[in-house]
Every structure is written in structure tokens, then in C-alpha cells.
Design a protein around this ligand. Structure first.
Ligand SMILES: [Zn+2]
Length: 277
């Protein structure tokens, strides 16, 4: 049994070394495309350009790249690499649908706040969020296996949605983790801070945004404190702030949102099942 295991490990190591030493002219993908999920891969050897559904995607010198699928992504997507000699390598993808938690309630939808006083505060906040998202950094956390920024009970799933008397409300754009005010929050992967609220935003409260590179970014909402500054490089596992209930929150919890470019994605699929302790 031990010999068999050792042989299996050696075979895997051999395959990995072979793959990195001599890249083939095909795509190598790890994982399967699914709504709200990300897919990392290696571009075909000799690729000079990579596109995902026609849009350019950055590729590291070793060929590695990341793409992700929005919560509402359609069933078909396509990776296209152009090689130095002009040849095109095409890789159609079939995106698996997810069964999102949908709750139908017999109450009217809460009216959207659109009065002048609210908008006067909200529009600059939205502009700051958009500006932070537009920043590109040299962060390479996208290459890492993500950690949970806080370990605790998951109290709200990504993608869940309420339908109010037939009218769909906005779906939940992140994952909620129940915690106490002051509990430390750590960086789920290496990154660069792109927004650190100096005062609470109306809805997000003390908002912290971290770019992980290649279009992947985290947002942490409702924090009681932020321990890092804009432009600062943070390392995976480093303390970045503390849980709170600032902004629109009914109690202390961490809301962790993840985006790849415009796609909103499910942190659970990047960090894996929540550890039990
Ligand atoms: Zn939330």
C-alpha cells in the first residue's frame, strides 16, 4: 500500500514536471467551468494573445492565467489563443449552471432610496468603488489557493435571492460569515489595497478592497477597523482589519465579495469548504 502510494505520487510529480518543462499547444485547465466559479489554466505554448469571449486576458510568462464566470453566466464560453505563427487554438467551454437559493416572500420589495440627500452621498461612494476596481496592480495572489479571511459559520450564501411578490430583488453578491465585532480578518491571498474607507460608506460601512491581480479582487464590508492603507502590499494570512457591523448590517458579520473583472463570483468556490474549527 505504501509502495503504491509512493508510486502514485511519483507519477503525479512526473506529470507536473513534464507539463511545466514542455508546454503543449493545447490549453491546460484545472477545474470545471461553473456559474460563479473561477478557472485557472495554462495557455498553449507559444501563445502571444489570449481572449475569453473575445476580451483580452492577461497571461503570466509561464503561461498561467485566470478566467471566471459570473453568477448569471450563460452556458457557453470560449477561450481563444493566438500563437506566434498566427495559428489559433480555440477551446469552447460549457458552463455548468448552479441552483441558487431563491426565497419567495409575500411582502413588497423595500423601496430603493433615490432621494437627493441619499444620492448626494451615494454617488461619490460608487465613484470611489468604481475607481478602485479600475486599478490594476502587480499582485499575484490570483495564483494562490485562497484562504478564508475569517473562520466561522456561513450565515449568508453568495447568489441567494429573494423574490418579493413576484419581483426579484438584488441577489447577495458575497458570502457572510458570522463573527463578533473585533474578530480579526486576514487577507485570503496576496494583494494590493485599492480602497480603505476613511469613514463608513452608507451601505458597505468600513469597506476594504484588495486587488489580487489579473482582474481578481476582494471586498470586505462592515469592518469595525481597517489595519492597512491604500497601495500597501498584503500577504496571504496577514491581518487586514476586524469584523464589525458598520453600514447596512443587522449585526456583526464579515461580508466577503469577490469579482473577476465585471463578473461577480462565489468566494466559497475559491476558498473551498469552511474549516470546522
Ligand atoms: Zn452579505
Amino acid at each position: 500500500m505504501r509502495l503504491l502510494c509512493a508510486a502514485a505520487v511519483l507519477a503525479l510529480a512526473g506529470a507536473a514536471i513534464g507539463a511545466s518543462a514542455q508546454r503543449s499547444e493545447q490549453f491546460y485547465l484545472s477545474g470545471a467551468p461553473v456559474q460563479g466559479g473561477a478557472l485557472s489554466g495554462t495557455a498553449p505554448a507559444g501563445a502571444v494573445e489570449l481572449r475569453f469571449d473575445g476580451e483580452p486576458v492577461p497571461v503570466d510568462p509561464d503561461g498561467r492565467f485566470l478566467v471566471a464566470f459570473d453568477r448569471d453566466a450563460g452556458s457557453e464560453a470560449r477561450l481563444t489563443a493566438r500563437l506566434a505563427d498566427g495559428r489559433i487554438v480555440d477551446r469552447p467551454l460549457t458552463v455548468a449552471p448552479r441552483a441558487w437559493r431563491i426565497e419567495r416572500v409575500n411582502t413588497p420589495m423595500r423601496p430603493v432610496r433615490d432621494n437627493q440627500a441619499f444620492l448626494a452621498i451615494r454617488q461619490p461612494e460608487l465613484a470611489r468603488i468604481a475607481a478602485a476596481r479600475a486599478l490594476t496592480t502587480d499582485a499575484s495572489g490570483w495564483r494562490q489557493r485562497f484562504l478564508w479571511p475569517r473562520i466561522g459559520r456561513v450565515s449568508g450564501l453568495f447568489g441567494s435571492q429573494r423574490i418579493y411578490q413576484g419581483e426579484p430583488g438584488a441577489y447577495h453578491g458575497g458570502i457572510d460569515i458570522a463573527a463578533a465585532t473585533g474578530d480579526p480578518v486576514v487577507a485570503p491571498a496576496d494583494g494590493v489595497v485599492t480602497l480603505a474607507a476613511d469613514k463608513p460608506f452608507t451601505l458597505e460601512g468600513n469597506l476594504l478592497m484588495i486587488d489580487h491581480g489579473h482582474g481578481l479582487g476582494s471586498a470586505f464590508l462592515h469592518l469595525s477597523r481597517i489595519d492597512v492603507k491604500v497601495g500597501q502590499h498584503v500577504a496571504q494570512g496577514q491581518r487586514i482589519g476586524a469584523v464589525g457591523a458598520t453600514g447596512r448590517a443587522t449585526g456583526p458579520h464579515l461580508h466577503w465579495g469577490l469579482r473577476w473583472k465585471e463578473a461577480r463570483i462565489d468566494p466559497l468556490l475559491l476558498a473551498g469548504p469552511m474549516p470546522t474549527s
